[in-house]
Design a protein around this ligand. Structure first.
Ligand code: DX5
Ligand code: ZN
Length: 219
C-alpha cells in the first residue's frame, strides 16, 4: 500500500462543499479528513453533524473523522450513524482510552488515537495493538495553515518502531503543516497517511496539488 493523501475538509469552501467533495472524489486522494472541534479541547469550533450529513451524501471515499473534543464517548454512536468510517479520539481527551477504542470498534468503525505535539509516543505502549490508526499532530490542533513542527519526524520513527515491536497493524497518520516540502521525508519515516488542508485548498488547482503530493509521498 502506498502513502494515502487525506485532504482536510476544514480548509474547503463551505459555500461550495458539494463541489469540493466532488473534486476530492475525482482526485488521487484516498480519504476525506474531517476535523471536528468543540471550542473546549481546542481553542476553535469547526462543525458538526450538519456538515457530516453533506459529507455522508457527497463523499465517495473513506471518511476519516478526527475528534478534537472532550469526552468523545458521548458522540461515538452518532458519528457512526453519520457515516464516519474511521473515528479518532485524542489521547489527552480520554480518561478510559481502552474503553473508547473498544466502543468505536463496537459501532463498526476503525479506531484511531491522536497525540498532541507534547505527548510522547511511549504513552501508546499499552494501547497501540488495539488501534487501527495513530495520528501524530504536527501542529497544535485547532487551526489549519500552521507551521509544521520538526520534531514530528522523530516521533514518526519512534511510533513505527513501537508498532513493529508490538507486532501491530496500526497505520500512522501525520496531521498539520504537511506540504510537498515534507511529504516524502514523512513517508520515508513511516507515515502511511498524510493530511493536508492549506497545502491543497490554498492553491488554484487543488486536484493537481493532491496529485503532486501523492506523487512526492510515493516516489
Ligand atoms: C488541525 C487539524 C488539521 C488541519 C490541517 O487542528 O487537525 O487536520 O486541518 O491543516 P493544515 O494542513 O492546513 O495544517
Ligand atoms: Zn485533523
Amino acid at each position: 500500500m502506498g502513502t494515502i493523501i487525506a485532504p482536510s475538509v476544514l480548509s474547503a469552501d463551505f459555500g461550495n462543499l458539494q463541489r469540493d467533495c466532488e473534486m476530492i472524489n475525482n482526485s488521487e486522494a484516498g480519504w476525506f479528513h474531517v476535523d471536528v472541534m468543540d471550542g473546549v479541547f481546542v481553542p476553535n469550533i469547526s462543525f458538526g453533524f450538519p456538515v457530516m450529513n453533506v459529507l455522508k451524501k457527497h463523499a465517495k471515499k473513506t471518511l476519516d473523522v478526527h475528534l478534537m473534543i472532550v469526552d468523545p464517548d458521548r458522540y461515538i454512536q452518532r458519528f457512526a450513524e453519520h457515516g464516519a468510517n474511521i473515528l479518532t479520539v485524542h489521547y489527552e481527551a480520554c480518561t478510559h482510552l481502552h474503553r473508547s477504542i473498544a466502543e468505536i470498534k463496537k459501532h463498526g468503525m476503525k479506531a484511531g488515537v491522536a497525540l498532541n505535539p507534547h505527548t510522547p509516543v511511549s504513552m501508546l505502549e499499552d494501547i497501540i495493538a488495539d488501534c487501527d490508526l495513530a495520528l501524530v499532530m504536527s501542529v497544535n490542533p485547532g487551526f489549519g495553515g500552521q507551521a509544521f513542527i520538526q520534531n514530528t519526524y522523530r516521533k514518526v520513527h519512534a511510533l513505527k518502531d513501537l508498532i513493529l515491536q508490538k507486532n501491530a497493524n496500526t497505520l500512522i497518520e501525520v496531521d498539520g503543516g504537511v506540504s510537498e516540502h515534507n511529504a516524502s521525508e514523512l513517508a520515508r519515516a513511516g507515515a502511511d497517511v498524510l493530511v493536508a488542508g492549506n497545502a491543497v485548498f490554498a492553491t488554484s488547482y487543488p486536484i493537481d496539488t493532491i496529485a503532486a503530493l501523492h506523487k512526492t509521498a510515493n516516489s
